[in-house]
Write a protein that binds this ligand. Structure first.
Ligand code: GLN
Length: 196
């Protein structure tokens, strides 16, 4: 079984560990560079990107993670995790950094305060015909999909909410809270392909 790390500095990492284990992966929390060395792929959970940014720097994880991404390690980010994978954050707080790797620009909290959270059924052609029931919680939106990156899903109004680029993928929403397992399966397929 592939060994998958879930970055466990802050956010809903337990939910990701449970989904990955349910799919037969060996899933472990990752907080230290030495732990990162032992995994075939990494999930960055939802939570608060400004906090994940600060903690990853104080745990000495930010640069090792950037190196692993550059070396081709598969990484899947949900919500705050997508923000951490974006090359450009359009409205980060002062000094906020991402790990980068996805050639996209994201806007945080893009749906305003009235619609903090909402749900939508999305067509995701890469995952088959059955729509994805997506839960958005203070979610970011992808405002620019640059060269090399491609959209996996958009809302009815065209706003992009799931992207991939090579071994990296990100969703604005949280499949790990709805019993949806196809994004994690899609990610595990990337990990298997990268290992062989
Ligand atoms: N708004 C959060 C951020 O900027 C993301 C919210 C989430 O991960 N559910 O990081």
């Amino acid at each position: 079984a592939p060994r998958i790390g879930v970055l466990a500095l802050q956010g809903d990492f337990r939910e990701h560990l449970a989904v990955l284990r349910g799919l037969g992966a060996e899933a472990v929390p990752v907080r230290r560079p030495a732990e990162l060395e032992t995994v075939d792929g990494l999930v960055i959970p939802g939570g608060e990107s400004t906090v994940i940014d600060k903690l990853s720097r104080s745990f000495g994880m930010a640069d090792p993670l950037r190196r692993s991404i550059a070396d081709g390690m598969p990484v899947y980010g949900t919500c705050a995790g997508l923000i951490m994978l974006a090359d450009t954050i359009l409205d980060g707080i002062e000094g906020q950094e991402s790990f980068g790797g996805l050639n996209v620009a994201v806007r945080r909290n893009a749906f305003g305060t009235q619609v903090d959270s909402f749900e939508a059924d999305l067509d995701v052609p890469a995952l088959g015909e059955q729509p994805v029931h997506a839960v958005f919680i203070r979610a970011p939106v992808v405002e620019n999909v640059g060269d090399g990156a491609s959209a996996l899903a958009a809302l009815d109004d065209g706003r992009v909410v799931a992207v991939e680029q090579g071994n990296l993928m990100g969703t604005s929403f949280h499949p790990e809270v709805t019993g949806e397992t196809r994004f994690h399966q899609y990610f595990l397929d990337k990990v298997r392909a990268a290992r062989s």
